[in-house]
Ligand binder design. Structure first.
Ligand SMILES: Nc1nc2c(ncn2[C@@H]2O[C@H](COP(=O)(O)OP(=O)(O)OP(=O)(O)O)[C@@H](O)[C@H]2O)c(=O)[nH]1
Ligand SMILES: [Mg+2]
Length: 443
């Protein structure tokens, strides 16, 4: 991953590798038009327009393909640089041939995410918008795609800029007052300053309150299915998925490995984990299965603790965790009249109660009021926002206690640095590497 901007011209296929109707090859950088005009059998179209023509290999006069060539001028392209896009026939041979020619003419192969990295470095988008591009590409549900689109359109950047503006105002007041300390000049009264700091804190709090829900829309929810052997965990796993993914058998201790698969509930991805029955294991293999089951439950967002009407007192080892637990009483078909207290009655066999269980899983984890709110949605956003919030709150307290301007200014700077980390104002190489290395080539 290249983390510094070299000003060279980069090229890559932007459509997925393989055969198809069309493949798109993107070329970006100061030499894009010069390189492209060497290949095209006619003059390049003007910026914003397209031309249909033949691409000719410069060394052999061989036709590479017929292509639609589009030109975007610097400042008006995805990367912010001069960009040329070649829409060629979707043949891996043609694409390889074209890329080879582009490299010979001076372009180099783009790294993963490098087009978007350039868009960020050139100020076209901020870091959270760049993340939104990756999220949109990876989105597995309409909900997560909508979240990414809102973020890409600046839905998360705007409130952060508002917060920055408020804190910058506080910093200006503090710094100017320090300059005029002798004259005892007060540019704003203390109430005005507290009001400004509290407004910034309130806006930040709004963004962090919806974090868990937004993160789960983006990443999905992990669900560990646990319980004693033979209660029907694997049967329930299969029933929730709608496919017989895990082995079901009357003998206890059937499942050992953790089996994982995804289902969607109201357009939110739930990653289900079927685990080994919790009991004192009868052999080493099962023992390992039980360890993995416990570990899975400890890392999950929700634990489904499964009991069965014929195994009501099964001594499923209690899991010590703060994770929300939903108790499920399975095999209700065998004894429909049984008292289940506040457990959810289901039958993995007949499908009874599954809708209620899904509804319960959804409600346990998704705060519907926050579903469409603009919120931070990555751990890195959340931690930085918490740092910003605590600096802001310290600043508020200092204001109330009439602490001197230089200490106040430090709090405001700390807040700004933390908010800047979220939007990517301060370009931290390690962070950029981490974010952009997860992109695909060509994006
Ligand atoms: N009648 C009835 N039988 C069920 C139901 N769910 C599971 N069973 C039966 O219970 C037995 C055990 O089912 P599994 O799904 O393998 O149970 P498990 O909890 O995964 O068991 P281990 O992997 O051994 O821990 C099988 O014979 C299933 O057919 C149900 O809802 N009703
Ligand atoms: Mg099982």
């Amino acid at each position: 991953m290249i983390l510094y901007y070299e000003g060279d011209t980069i090229a890559a296929e932007s459509t997925p590798a393989g055969r198809g109707g069309i493949s798109l090859v993107r070329l970006s950088g100061p030499a894009a038009c010069k390189i492209a005009s060497t290949l095209l059998d006619r003059s390049l179209p003007i910026a914003g327009r397209h031309s249909f023509g033949k691409l000719i290999a410069p060394d052999s006069s061989r036709t590479i393909d017929e292509a639609v060539v589009s030109v975007f001028e610097a400042g008006k392209s995805y990367t912010g640089e001069e960009v040329v896009e070649f829409a060629v026939h979707g043949s891996p041979l043609v694409v390889a041939d074209l890329l080879e020619c582009l490299y010979k003419l001076g372009a180099r192969a783009a790294e993963a995410g490098e087009f978007t990295l350039r868009a960020y470095l050139n100020g076209r988008i901020d870091l959270i918008q760049a993340e939104a591009v990756a999220d949109l590409i990876a989105a597995g549900s309409r909900q997560s795609a909508d979240l990414a689109l809102r973020q890409l359109a600046g839905g998360l950047s705007r409130p952060l800029v508002e917060i920055e503006n408020l804190v910058e105002q506080l910093l200006i007041w503090s710094e100017l007052e320090l300059d005029f300390v002798e004259e005892d000049v007060e540019l704003a009264n203390v109430e005005q300053k507290i009001e400004t700091a509290e407004l910034a804190a309130q806006k930040l709090k709004c963004l962090t309150d919806g974090y868990q829900t937004a993160r789960r829309v983006r990443e999905g929810v992990t669900v560990a299915i646990t319980g004693a052997p033979n209660v029907g965990k694997s049967s329930l796993f299969n029933a929730l998925l709608g496919v017989p993914r895990a082995i079901v058998h009357p003998s206890p201790g059937t499942t050992r490995d953790v089996v994982q698969s995804k289902c969607y509930i109201k357009d939110i991805a739930f990653e289900l984990f079927d685990t080994a029955g919790l009991r004192r294991a009868v052999n080493e293999v099962e023992d390992e299965g039980v360890k993995r089951a416990v570990q899975t439950a400890q890392n999950a967002d929700i634990i489904l603790t499964v009991l069965a009407v014929d195994n009501y007192n099964a001594n499923a080892m209690l899991l010590d965790t703060n994770t929300p637990v939903i108790e499920v009483m399975n095999k209700i078909d065998l004894r429909p009249d049984i008292n289940i207290d506040n457990k959810i009655a289901v039958s993995a066999m007949t499908g009874f109660g599954l809708e209620e269980l899904k509804e319960n899983m959804y409600k346990t984890i998704i705060d519907e009021h926050r579903l469409n709110a603009v919120s931070l949605n990555r751990e890195r956003h959340f931690f930085a926002a918490q740092r910003a919030l605590s600096a802001l709150q310290e600043g508020c307290r200092a204001l109330q206690e009439a602490i001197s301007g230089d200490i106040l200014a430090e709090y405001w700077r700390e807040t700004l640095a933390a908010v800047g980390e979220i939007t990517g104002k301060n370009r931290c190489k390690n962070l950029l590497n981490e974010i952009f290395s997860k992109f695909c080539i060509g994006k």
